[in-house]
Design a protein around this ligand. Sequence first.
Ligand SMILES: [Zn+2]
Length: 459
Amino acid sequence: MCSPSIVLTLLALAAAPSATAAAEVPVGVARVDVTPDGPIRLTGYGNRQTESDGVVQPLWAKALAVGGDEGDGPAVLITVDNLGIPDAMGARVAEAVGLPRDRLAICASHTHSAPMLAGVAPFIFAEEPTPEQQSRIDRYTDALADLLADAARAALADRRPARLAWGVGSAGFAANRRVLKDGVWTGFGVNPDGPVDHSLPVLSATDPDGSTRAILASYACHCTTLGGDFNQICGDWAGYAQERIERDHPGAVSLIAIGCGADANPEPRGQLSQAKDHGLALAHAVSKVLEGPMTPIGPLTQARLTRVDLPFAELPSRGDWKAKAGLANQEGRRARAMLARLDRGEEIPTALKDYPVQVWAFGDDLAMVFLAGEVVVDYAIHLRREADADRLWINAYSNDAPCYIASDRLLGEGGYEVDSSMIYYGQPTRFAHGVEDRVVDAVLGLLPEAFRRQGGGTR
Ligand SMILES: [Zn+2]
């Protein structure tokens, strides 16, 4: 026999999950076609020299609005088929929609077969785009900001009661792409011993009648099944995953975000059929999560965004830039741009300024982290060590696209994600050691206490 107090405790415990399950939250979803209306330079690969050659798959912006107008108001998460969205566009969309910046999250799929945007990876090509090409890039950048705002507004207008739930599955096509010899980077390939994150968090929004309205999933893998010889507009695996998920769940809008997959490539890669296969595999893995037991979650209770400076290693000197300025490649372009800055009396920044870090919490049930740029897998591993991994969802490629965000381990190994990629993004040099802790500390500073590991904090 139980004492009355124990019975009450048990009843309270039993009631807690069902009370959460019954909680309905205003949710709205929308999708907006963001396919450009003509040829345009695609970004992601530096070897492409011409504008795009047709559309294999339309590009989408999807928006998920959560929360009513009371209290802190609603928040909107946007996913978009593009390499990366610049910080300035997020600010513009938030202002256009009337959302505080910390209540808007924009996650790019990192497809390498979508238009170049002004302000993202400006030195990806050895030669500047022609003025005509640049004007089409600028026009698309401008139009995309308006379309993202349209998507957000449509999702806000669509809000009606729904139930939120989440679960974690897995998909296996992401492979660590950094090949090492004696702990030093030697090139791209498949490194079966390298860390990779195969987890697949999935959030669903369901009508009280049980029909699914939104399915958000995040997977830590480059959206690079298609290579630089492919110059057509396409969402790559993330686009095919969305298409398939929406076909499998009629009436639902599928949103795909990307985790800390900057050092992971889809495997195999190179063919359009493989992009479709990966999309199908992801859609099946998502369905499996939706069919299994999912954890009901309550409303969004916290949305905060902070900014942190990430120091660079020692900057090259004017002499170093001069020595590179004659190169007829991306490195030469960057060197000439740096010299021009110095000639104007400007300083080369010693840190990446105002790197945005965002955390949304759904009560004590789920914390969703949004990191900017191309974040490598070590950040997910590190964050899961410091916080409660079972209630943590980590998105990268969010809110800004400043460059790769290398970890301490990668800084020791060197290679593309550490050094040469910084050229394409127009950053002056690699990061200094310690950047990883700064980013992780910024996340921990935003995470509600309930998500901190008991006795955690060791690195
Ligand atoms: Zn990338």
